[in-house]
Ligand binder design. Structure first.
Ligand SMILES: [Zn+2]
Length: 161
């Protein structure tokens, strides 16, 4: 299912477990996270509704390396994959924020007044779990403090249900 966040930002979400995925139709076509293999068919269908094929995506940005966010990476054959290692390759209108805690590599991204928060924070004060590998309670608290200093109006988290 697709929810329009702003004129050029779309949220893709699924009934079956998996992360949300976001499509940003800027001067480049960008995805943030890719959900799971179980949701692949629907993801491709949603992209089609947005006038895109997987090969039209030029950047895939990952909020962190968890299977429920990275399951469809391999269908984006022409995309540059952005992770915690190559942030300098990000399109310049997207600002990365390092937010360790849920995992060591967790990132959030700010585009205009929209914050893509991965599994660091969710709607209604929800926050990522820290009991998985690489999780750290003190770090996520610091990361959440950091996010509170940002000016954003719209929260786009990695899970909404
Ligand atoms: Zn996660």
């Amino acid at each position: 299912m697709i929810s329009k966040i702003s004129p050029n930002v779309f949220q893709l979400y699924f009934d079956t477990f998996g992360s949300t995925a976001y499509v940003l139709k800027l001067n480049k076509n960008i995805m943030i996270d890719t959900s799971t293999e179980d949701n692949r068919k629907e993801l491709i269908e949603d992209l089609k509704q947005l006038g895109l094929k997987p090969e039209n995506i030029e950047f895939v940005i990952l909020t962190h390396n968890h299977w429920d966010h990275t399951g469809n990476l391999n269908i984006f054959k022409n995309a540059k994959i952005i992770t915690a290692d190559n942030l300098s390759d990000l399109p310049s209108d997207i600002k990365p924020i390092k937010t360790p805690g849920h995992t060591q590599d967790s990132l959030c991204f700010l585009y205009k007044d929209i914050l893509f928060s991965g599994d660091t924070i969710f709607h209604e004060g929800g926050r990522g779990r820290t009991d998985l590998k690489g999780g750290n309670e003190k770090q996520i608290q610091e990361s959440i403090k950091k996010l509170k200093t940002l000016k954003y109006n719209i929260l786009c988290p990695g899970h909404i249900n």
